[in-house]
Design a protein around this ligand. Structure first.
Ligand code: ZN
Length: 458
């Protein structure tokens, strides 16, 4: 997308475009207070307990004001989002993104997906990779994917030094070392936000114990994919004895490890674990969500703390479609939109200790999703291909990351092309526009590099 030469726009001063596309309320003469104003949407902000129509103003990549009425004259750009929901940028804490190594059949390779193709278009601005890399290959993951993506990528580091490279590696207890894992986490605070243990097939507790040891040293949570069900290490013991408050049990509706008790109710151990402060996460994936498990647990009131996709090549086109599709499933099971948004924003932000994300407080990082709740006849499928009918579906209209629009499905932030000069070029302003900023308006853009050249900010 970068570097498309637009020779004709070189001959037209930027001010001409600005004058041409801005209405009287969009282009005040003096430097405006706000870069971007989202006007008239229904804001859902769980941290600040807001679920009401509010205007949201952004300046310098941060939330600048949230109020019932803000003056468009104070904004460089105003977008009317009446009838839509305005939420913090969605946070998906279970994805797999360490692609590009060329390793077949590996989550440190071909099983992973590049995040940018799956995030902004569904309102996700932050993902946490769930343990594709361990301490031996984390820095390769960082330079190969994390540093080059537009999506904000955080990571759970695998307790396995080689990461998620397949069974031979993931069952090697000799490569599960707490110290180098914790050392790598401490080297990248705020980037490595947790420790992962996953896919273990043996009877030992060692993978969990060493992950907890590393997590304790680095002061970050542990996320557990509990692997093969083993009588030697029952789920109830994991969540009532082995994990600390704040540690995360993912794949909570898989049914693979006794989440659903033979009595047809939630495993009493999970209820005890939740009382202790253990966190329960969806992690839908290709093999971890069944209606016949989720429905009885939801009926028992065992709702998720956080909603996540477990995005990878095996899940992305199957029962799990994307983050909004997983959220739709919880709407279909009776949760309120306020609840589902909280479980996809502020709750996961807290779980991974990222207090600057997941809310719209003044001063917070301006990551925002603008969502449409469509009514109609829809269907939602689980890991075994069973369908549940539904009447609501979330669509993403607009995504803002670090204060700039990075996705706009229907061009609601754009002028009608017929209103523009005959030879119009990119008409946005880099202060609010991450897609089509006119040359010279993007902070950090080098002359001649064209669009898409803005630095990635984390
Ligand atoms: Zn996973």
């Amino acid at each position: 997308m970068a570097g498309v030469a637009r020779r004709w726009d070189l001959f037209l001063p930027v001010s001409l475009f600005v004058a041409a596309v801005g209405g009287p309320t969009q282009q005040p003469a003096s430097t405006p207070k706000y870069d971007l104003l989202l006007q008239g949407g229904h804001v859902i902000d769980a941290r600040n307990k807001i679920s009401a129509v509010r205007d949201v103003a952004i300046a310098g990549g941060k939330i600048a004001a949230v109020d019932a009425k803000l003056n468009p004259a104070d904004a460089l750009k105003t977008v009317d989002v009446t009838g839509l929901y305005v939420t913090p940028g969605l946070i998906d804490i279970h994805t797999h993104n360490y692609t590009g190594t060329g390793e077949r059949g590996s989550y440190a390779g071909d099983n992973s997906v590049s995040p940018d193709g799956f995030t902004f278009r569904v309102g996700v601005t932050t993902v946490a990779d769930a343990g594709c890399a361990g301490w031996r290959n984390f820095e390769d993951f960082k330079q190969r994917i994390i540093d080059r993506s537009k999506t904000r990528i955080l990571a759970f580091i695998n307790i396995v030094g080689n990461g998620m490279r397949g069974g031979a590696y993931e069952n090697d207890l000799n490569d599960m070392e707490a110290k180098p894992t914790a050392d790598m986490a401490l080297k990248y605070p705020g980037l490595i936000i947790g420790v992962k243990t996953a896919h273990y097939t043996g009877p030992e507790w060692a993978p969990v114990e060493r992950a907890v040891e590393a997590g304790t040293t680095a002061n970050i949570p542990v996320m557990v994919d509990f692997g093969t069900n083993k009588t030697e290490r029952p789920l109830a013991d994991l969540v009532t004895k082995k994990l600390r408050p704040g540690d995360i049990y993912t794949h909570m509706y898989s049914g693979l490890r006794g989440e659903l008790d033979p009595s047809g109710h939630v495993n009493p151990g999970m209820v005890e674990g939740r009382k202790r402060g253990v966190i329960f996460d969806v992690g839908h994936g290709g093999g971890s969500f069944l209606w016949r498990v989720a429905m009885p647990l939801m009926k028992d009131g065992f709702i998720p703390d956080s909603i996540s996709t477990d995005l990878h090549i095996g899940s992305m086109n199957a029962g799990m479609k994307d983050m909004l599709n997983v959220m739709d499933k919880f709407l279909a099971m009776g949760l309120s939109l306020d609840n589902v948004v909280a479980q996809s924003t502020w709750n996961p932000a807290r779980e991974i200790k990222q207090d600057a994300l997941g809310h719209l407080s003044v001063g917070a990082i301006a990551d925002v999703a603008v969502l449409r709740l469509e009514k109609g006849r829809f269907g939602l499928t689980d890991m075994n291909g069973a369908r549940m009918d539904s009447t609501e579906r979330l669509m993403c209209e607009l995504t803002v990351k670090d204060g700039r629009i990075v996705y706009d499905l229907n061009g609601i932030s754009r002028p009608d092309w017929r209103s523009l000069p005959a030879q119009y070029g990119p008409i946005g302003d880099g202060r609010w526009d991450g897609l089509n900023p006119a040359r010279g308006t993007t902070p950090g853009t080098q002359p001649g590099r064209g669009r898409g050249a803005a630095p990635i900010r984390r």
